[in-house]
Design a protein around this ligand. Sequence first.
Ligand code: SF4
Ligand code: SF4
Length: 344
Amino acid sequence: MGAYFIGAHELLGWVDGLRESTRIIGPVAKRQRFVFAELESAAQLRLDYDVTILPPKKVFFPPKQQILAFDSERVSDCIDPVPTVLLGVHFYDVKGLDMTDFLMRERYEDWNYLAQREATTIVASSVQSVAPRAFWGSIGAHVRPQGHDAMLTKVSEGYVLETRTPKGERLAGLERFRHATDDEVAGAERVNAAVMDQCSQLMPYDSKEIATKVRESFGNEELWDDLAMDCFSCGSCNIVCPTCYCFDVRDSWNVDQTSGQRTRYWDACLTREFAAVTMAGGQKENFREHHASRFRHRFMRKAAYLHDKLGGPACTGCGRCAAACTANIADPVRVINTIMGVTL
Ligand code: SF4
Ligand code: SF4
């Protein structure tokens, strides 16, 4: 596809032009932090953000989503995608979406997710500020982001838009852009390459080595008890993660007692009740009763179990879990570097 240039002073006009025909979701400020939200005006757009509180996964897989309506006659789906441009997604969050795209198709196609995914054009953007807990420079570096339709990179005097798909190409078809020069495209490449060295946190190991060592650590109860010692089982590390995709399903009934709805809610494997089940006869069992086994499970999933399926770790290095953890223990850099450093 093509490479285009837009002057810095033209960017907001372009975004406002897009808003006339479609919903635009992008990073906006929320007090001292940032969130992905629908833009009411292009002036709200903050492409200089470091990281958002929640990842853009929530556009396709909201925290609470009605999936069915039913009555005594029939069951109907609630799939109702909204044409959207999701603007300003950093590359590590595109990688997170690549993983959920795969996982939401893996066993059966989850159209509650995929319909909105197909109705959305994703414009990635270059990282202009690095979040303090980010470590994307040293995790899954060989895994390239793929799910975006275009990439917007800030260079001096403006932005280079490189399109990857016909959907991305349509965005540049609007006025205000001109074809980028070879120098501008090379400048964008340099910007995106240079940022990879700017994370202050490092995890200096190959992801396959990590996967092997993490698996081998499974039986080291003392190690996992120690790593998880201060865990409150709050589940915040799951909730903020771009690659977590577990959900709980609940039915609710209307007052007529014949109709109702089925809704799914994000779930979190660190919470006490996640693996609790009730069996025939009313017996109860919790397969991961202790907080250390839940904490270990999270790292087994991220570093080992999903590694082969995804071709790399189920972690993007966004650092959200590290920042969200009140006990300051969820940081994968701390956990993985500890495991890699111990003799099992
Ligand atoms: S590791 Fe931290 S964020 Fe995760 S459940 Fe435990 S206390 Fe909460
Ligand atoms: S495990 Fe933590 S650093 Fe990795 S993707 Fe999830 S929130 Fe980001």
